[in-house]
Design a protein around this ligand. Structure first.
Ligand code: PHE
Length: 461
C-alpha cells in the first residue's frame, strides 16, 4: 500500500471549474451535434436514444469517475500513469498497454474527426456568404454533395483544422486548453436553445420529439445496441485516456463524483437539444432521418435559410460547432503529447507538431473515403457507404473505446487497492460502495454482453 502524492510535470487546472470546462469541452463536440442525430436517425430514434441514455448512466458515469481517478492518482500521461499504477498495485507492466491503445485510438479518431470538423468550418463561410438564404432541401443536399465529392476542399479544411488544434495543444494546459473553452461552451448552449425555439415553429416539432423519445424496440438490432454503447463512450470522451490525462491535471481536493456527473449531464443535454433541433427540421422538410453523416449539414442550412437573422445565427452556429470540435480535438492528442514530453524529453511545441503531422497524414484517408476511395460494406446488418471513414469510426467508437473502458473498470474496480481508490474518490461510504458495485459488476458485464451480442455468441434481438 502506497500513499502517493505525485504532482504533474505539465501543470494543473486552475481549479474545479477549469476542469469541468475543459472536460466538458472535450466531451461536447461533433459527437453531440453531428454524430448523435445521425446515428439516432439511422437506428430508428427513441429506442436507440433510450439505450444510449442507459449506457451513459450505468456505464459512462462510473467509468468517467474511474478514469479521472486513475489519472489523478498517476499524474502522468495515460501510458505512464498505467505503468506507475500497475507497479504500485502489484500488477503486470502490460497494463501500460491500455495507455498505448488509447494513444492509437486518439490518433485514429482525430484523423477523421478533423475532416468532419473541416466540413463545419467550411459551413461557417457558406452560412456567412448567404448561400443558404431560402435554400430548398434539394439545394442543401447538392451543396453538401459538392463539398464531400471534392477531395481538394476536404483536405484544405482538414489542414486548417489540424493546424488550429496543434496551436492550442502546443500552448499547454492552462494557457491553451483552458482559455479556449471558457466562453464558448455557454454560447453554444444558448444558440442551441434559440434553434430549439425555431424548431418549435416548423410544424413538425411533435413529430420530431416523438421520433426521438418514443421507443419502438422493433427498430433495435444487435448493431444498434453496440452503436448506442459505443457512442456513450465516444460522446463522453471515455476509454482512450483523454479524460484520464485531464484528470491528471486535477487539483487534489476536487470531488470526482460530482464533477463527473455534471460533465455527463451537460453532454447529454447538448445531444438531446441537438436532436430536438434536427428532427423537426427533417420531418418538416420531408427529409430522411437515416441519411447518414451529412444529416446536420443537409438540415440546419434549411432552417438558417428561413429564419429571421439566419445568416448571423447560422454563421455563429457553425463557428461554435467548430470551437466545440476544437476543444474535443485537443483532448484527443493530449495523451500522446504528454507522453512525448515525459519520455522523449520533447517540449510541448515539438510534440504537438509531430502528433499533428501524423494525424494530418492519416486524415487523408478519411478525406478520400467520401469520394475517390468510397466503398460500401455491411456491418452488423447495417449498410455503410463511406468505406474507410466507417471502418475507422466502427473500429474506434464501437470497439476500441468500449474495450478501453472495460479495462479501466476492471483495473479500478478489481485490481487497484481499494484503499487507494477510496482515498482518491473521497466519497461517502455508500457512494463509494455504489460506484464500486457498478465498476465491478455492472459496467464490465454490460460491455461484454454487448460485444458478445454483436459477434453473435449471445443473441438478444
Ligand atoms: N467526446 C467528443 C465528441 O463528442 C469526441 C471525443 C472522443 C473526444 C474521445 C475525446 C476522446 O465530439
Amino acid at each position: 500500500m502506497v500513499d502517493e502524492q505525485r504532482t504533474s510535470i505539465h501543470g494543473q487546472w486552475s481549479g474545479r471549474m477549469a476542469f469541468i470546462l475543459a472536460a466538458t469541452g472535450s466531451a461536447v463536440g461533433l459527437g453531440n451535434i453531428w454524430k448523435f442525430p445521425y446515428i439516432a436517425g439511422e437506428n430508428g430514434g427513441g429506442a436507440f436514444v433510450l439505450i444510449y441514455l442507459l449506457c451513459i448512466a450505468v456505464i459512462g458515469i462510473p467509468i468517467m469517475m474511474a478514469e479521472v481517478m486513475l489519472g489523478r492518482r498517476g499524474r502522468q500521461s495515460p501510458i505512464n500513469t498505467m505503468a506507475t499504477l500497475a507497479a504500485e498495485n502489484g500488477r503486470p507492466a502490460i497494463w501500460a498497454g491500455l495507455g498505448w491503445m488509447g494513444v492509437i485510438a486518439g490518433f485514429l479518431i482525430l484523423s477523421y474527426y478533423s475532416v468532419i470538423a473541416g466540413w463545419a468550418l467550411s459551413y461557417v463561410f457558406r452560412a456567412a456568404s448567404g448561400m443558404f438564404e431560402g435554400v430548398t432541401s434539394d439545394g442543401v443536399s447538392s451543396i453538401f454533395g459538392q463539398l464531400v465529392s471534392d477531395p481538394e476542399k476536404l483536405l484544405a479544411w482538414h489542414t486548417i483544422f489540424m493546424v488550429a488544434t496543434m496551436v492550442v495543444v502546443a500552448r499547454g494546459v492552462q494557457h491553451g486548453l483552458e482559455k479556449t473553452v471558457r466562453f464558448l461552451m455557454p454560447l453554444l448552449f444558448l444558440l442551441l436553445l434559440i434553434l430549439v425555439f425555431y424548431a418549435a415553429t416548423t410544424g413538425a416539432f411533435l413529430e420530431g420529439l416523438s421520433f426521438l423519445f418514443s421507443p419502438d424496440f422493433s427498430k433495435i438490432t444487435r448493431g444498434s445496441i453496440l452503436t448506442a454503447m459505443g457512442h456513450a463512450f465516444f460522446t463522453l470522451s471515455l476509454g482512450m485516456g483523454a479524460i484520464m490525462v485531464y484528470g491528471s491535471y486535477l487539483p487534489k481536493d476536487t470531488s470526482i463524483a460530482k464533477t463527473s456527473i455534471i460533465i455527463a449531464a451537460a453532454d447529454t443535454v447538448v445531444a438531446l437539444l441537438a436532436g430536438m433541433v434536427i428532427f423537426p427540421i427533417v420531418f418538416a422538410n420531408g427529409l430522411e432521418p437515416g441519411s447518414g453523416p451529412g444529416l446536420i449539414f443537409k438540415t440546419l442550412p434549411i432552417a438558417f435559410g428561413q429564419m429571421e437573422a439566419g445568416i448571423l445565427i447560422g454563421t455563429m452556429f457553425f463557428a461554435l460547432l467548430v470551437f466545440a470540435a476544437w476543444s474535443s480535438a485537443i483532448s484527443l492528442i493530449e495523451p500522446a503529447v504528454a507522453w512525448l514530453v515525459e519520455n522523449r524529453g520533447m517540449n510541448r511545441i515539438y510534440a504537438s507538431v509531430w502528433v499533428g503531422i501524423v494525424t494530418w497524414l492519416m486524415g487523408i484517408v478519411t478525406a478520400l473515403s467520401f469520394n475517390v476511395w468510397a466503398f460500401e460494406f455491411e456491418f452488423a446488418g447495417e449498410k455503410k457507404t463511406a468505406g474507410m471513414f466507417d471502418v475507422l469510426d466502427i473500429a474506434t467508437a464501437n470497439i476500441m473505446l468500449p474495450l478501453g473502458g472495460l479495462m479501466i473498470a476492471i483495473f479500478a474496480g478489481w485490481l487497484m487497492y481499494q484503499q487507494s481508490s477510496k482515498d482518491e474518490l473521497n466519497m461517502t461510504e455508500s457512494g463509494y460502495n455504489l460506484w464500486l458495485f457498478l465498476v465491478r459488476f455492472i459496467t464490465p458485464f454490460a460491455v461484454m454482453i454487448v460485444f458478445l451480442n454483436v459477434i453473435g455468441v449471445l443473441k438478444f434481438e
